[in-house]
Design a protein around this ligand. Structure first.
Ligand code: IVH
Length: 750
């Protein structure tokens, strides 16, 4: 790039292109280029701006998110008050409105602009010379809050108007909202993080916009539709409401695609009815239809009553929320085994539909909302999503109301329900035979990275399960050519091919087989790690949660507690205190050193000498996983899976059917199979008959862990000639000290 002129031209071209593509994507929902191409343009602009910060303009597409969070919102005074709307709750009220207008205007029939009444929050956008200079909330109608920084993050709102004929000053007004899918995703995220969820998309939109840190707003995919004007300087581009909306569209502002001119009361009623039919399928919440007089001159003549225009009305739909009673709470098992509480409700009409069930998501949510059986609750439905219990009215709780508890066994198959520590979702552990999870388990079992059974896809599995031919993966191997050929879309040829594929899949690998079992959270990589660590399925199936963990130090002892304790021990000197050591320790009043941890501490570091020799790092509790990717949660899933007798039966039948894999590699076999020293911690010190590294490798192959320093966790110190401080420390800590002969004897014994 040479010359300033060229640089300026390139910046301008990039910004123009990006604005255009933002409009196509965020306003028209009709992108012209793939995301990768958009990203390329954006990156080019970003790097040019980074190299020439003096050339950054506030309306550049890179400048949507401001740098600093605000400390409070400034006041924004509206040049013209932001009004509200009169409501019609039924057809009679709507007819009365039309009647009044016809009489006042002296006409036979009034034309209206109809559009959905979005359930969000009203926002004013001020453009001066085509640039967005202020965004403001409605507030009390006269003064709102300045939310410019937040509004700038909404991608469908142009920072700069397009076209040419925009006025020098334009105030566009509209509704900012959060689409239902984004609302659901946001709540799911908040729920997962254990946080408080938003009650409905409107609250979520308001909460997201009224964030002092615009970065938070930027993470929420807010949207907007403009529905009219406030202040306006310059020539009006049209004499009708629809003409004005067309002008807003032309200038790049988002306007509802549903907005339409309708004729007379019949046109209004037909629009209202037709939109009601589609209400559940719309991607956003609406609570009615707004009708506005099409002719702007007529609007002016009609004027206002107090805070409402006479020329507009909101014809409402039935509310999406209603009060009802929780009759029972049952638990449903999803196709992935998730066990979800569902409230059975006294049937109630919500948004024109009768609702008798509502999801409670998970047990944490039940606790947070404090739902009891017998409670009176608000239920809410939006779009296609399952209705949910929003809130309890505690003042209406009957004395006999009952708390909700998680079942210990799957209501579908009876397997244990497990909820690993720290997890929100409880799951059924009968993965291989639970009817609720059948299809999912089979699809996974046959998938390419599992047993790779070509020709066994979703559709076929659906048929096999629905016809009762297959209940678990082992049943696949009992299928005959005749049975298969009798299925829909299956000829003799494809039946033969499928049988051949099943046969071929029988020769697999240990890792693939583990993966194919579909154990929760055991993906391909974890399955491979498990296959490398365990010599065979029996050993894996017998493992306990603790077997996947490696621990150091004393459980419950934090870094701070360890450091304080060591300091006090150092002060205390060599002579043990009189009386009971446990009492002396408790008397130190160190946070974290208590009735639970003191016995553990003394079990690991029996006496005064051992304790005195301990360093903080010997005491601090740490956990690690023995198998890559297997923390306590995954370990719980593995252990619970194999704990189910039915799962083990299916596995036995699979192996009886001929599924096999090569025996582990010699190295892995030696490491795992034997493991006579599994879990034992060794320290090697002094001069030995062989290189230390060789001994270390040998010990590790037998399952031991070799560390560099002696601590309370050391099981054996292998001491050679001239051993020094480590040997001393081992003695002080009361650890077993052996020599090479001793090691040989130890191995003999095991
Ligand atoms: S027109 C003077 N049109 O409803 C007319 N309002 O109860 C002012 N709303 O605060 C509003 N969708 O936030 C209009 N298509 C629409 C609307 C709409 C939602 C909200 C708006 C206003 C409230 C009035």
């Amino acid at each position: 790039m040479t010359g300033e002129g060229e640089l300026a031209a390139r910046l301008d071209a990039l910004r123009r292109q990006l604005r255009h593509h933002d409009y196509r994507y965020y306003v028209l929902d009709d992108p012209e280029i793939p995301d990768s191409e958009y990203d390329r343009l954006l990156r080019e602009l970003q790097s040019l701006e980074a190299a020439h910060p003096g050339l950054i303009t506030p309306d550049s597409p890179t400048q949507r998110v401001g740098a600093e969070p605000l400390s409070s919102f400034a006041e924004a005074i509206h040049r013209q008050p932001m009004l509200s709307l009169q409501n019609a709750m039924d057809e009679a009220e709507m007819r009365a409105f039309d009647e009044r207008l016809r009489r006042a205007l002296g006409v036979e029939r009034v034309a209206y602009v109809a559009e959905p009444k979005l359930d969000g929050l009203a926002i004013s956008l001020l453009y001066e010379d085509g640039r967005l200079v202020r965004g403001a909330t409605r507030g009390d109608g006269h003064r709102g809050e300045d939310v410019t920084a937040q509004v700038r993050t909404i991608r469908s709102i142009p920072l700069r108007l397009s076209g040419e004929d925009w006025p020098p000053l334009l105030e566009a007004r509209g509704e900012v909202f959060l689409p239902i899918a984004a609302f659901e995703a946001l709540n799911a995220r908040l729920r997962e993080a254990g946080g408080k969820t938003f009650k409905n998309p409107r609250n979520a939109a308001a909460g997201s916009l009224r964030q002092l840190d615009p970065k938070v707003t930027a993470e929420r995919p807010l949207a907007m539709f403009c529905y009219g004007f406030g202040a306006f300087e310059g020539e009006r581009p049209a004499a009708t409401q629809s003409g004005m909306l067309a002008a807003l569209r032309r200038w790049g502002l988002p306007v509802s695609p549903e907005s339409k001119v309708v004729e007379g009361i019949d046109g209004c009623l037909a629009y209202h009815r037709a939109l009601a039919e589609r209400r559940d399928g719309l991607p956003y919440d609406i609570d009615g239809v707004v009708f506005k007089v099409e002719d702007l001159a007529a609007q002016e003549r009609l004027g206002f009553v107090t805070r409402e225009p006479r020329w507009a009305i909101a014809y409402k739909y039935p509310a999406q929320e209603a009060l009802t009673q929780v009759l029972a709470v049952e638990f449903q098992v999803g196709r992935t085994g998730a066990v979800t509480p569902v409230a059975r409700l006294a049937p109630v009409a919500v948004g024109g539909v009768t609702v008798s069930n509502a999801t409670l998501h998970n047990l944490d949510e039940v606790r947070r909302k404090d739902v009891h059986v017998g409670d009176t609750v608000y239920v809410r439905r939006a779009g296609d999503v399952i209705p949910e219990v929003v809130r309890v009215l505690p003042e209406r709780r009957p004395a006999e109301a009952q708390a909700v508890t998680l079942p210990s066994h799957c209501p579908v198959c009876g397997a244990d329900v497990v909820r690993p520590p720290g997890e929100v979702v409880a799951r059924c552990s009968g993965g291989l035979y639970c009817p609720a999870q059948r299809k999912e388990a089979l699809v996974h079992f046959a998938s390419r990275r599992a047993l790779d059974i070509e020709g066994l896809g979703d559709k076929l599995i659906e048929q096999l399960v629905d016809k009762g031919l297959v209940q678990d993966p082992a049943d696949l191997y009992g299928l005959s050519a005749e049975t298969l050929a009798g299925l829909e879309r299956m000829g003799e040829k494809s039946a033969q091919n499928l049988l051949a594929a099943l046969e071929k899949g029988k020769a697999t690998t240990f890792a693939r087989f583990i993966y194919a079992l579909g154990i929760r959270e055991v993906g391909e990589a974890t399955a491979a790690a498990l296959a490398g660590r365990f010599p065979d399925l029996e050993t894996l199936a017998a493992a306990r949660v603790e077997d996947f963990q490696q621990t150091h130090g004393v459980k419950g002892i934090s870094e701070r507690a360890a450091e304080r304790l060591c300091a006090r021990l150092a002060e205390a000197g060599d002579t043990p205190p009189d009386g009971d050591l446990a009492d002396w320790l408790a008397g130190l009043k160190i946070t974290g050193l208590n009735r639970t941890t003191i016995p553990r501490l003394l079990a690991a570091f029996g006496d005064w000498a051992a304790l005195r020799a301990a360093r903080p790092e010997d005491l601090i509790y740490r956990e690690g996983s023995l198998v890559e990717g297997v923390g306590p949660v995954v370990a719980t899933h593995i252990v619970s899976f194999f704990a189910q007798r039915h799962n083990r039966e299916v596995i036995d039948r699979l192996r009886a059917a001929g599924i096999h894999w090569p025996a582990p590699q010699p190295a892995a076999a030696a490491q795992a199979q034997a493991q006579p020293l599994a879990g034992k911690v060794f320290v090697i010190t002094g001069t030995l008959s062989r290189p230390r590294e060789a001994i270390k490798a040998e010990l590790e192959a037998l399952g031991a862990k070799v560390t560099g320093s002696v601590s309370g966790n050391t099981d054996y110190v292998l001491a050679g000639r001239d051993a020094g401080s480590k040997l001393e420390r081992a003695r002080a800590l009361g650890r077993a000290v052996i020599d090479e002969e001793g090691l040989a004897a130890l191995l003999e014994r095991r």
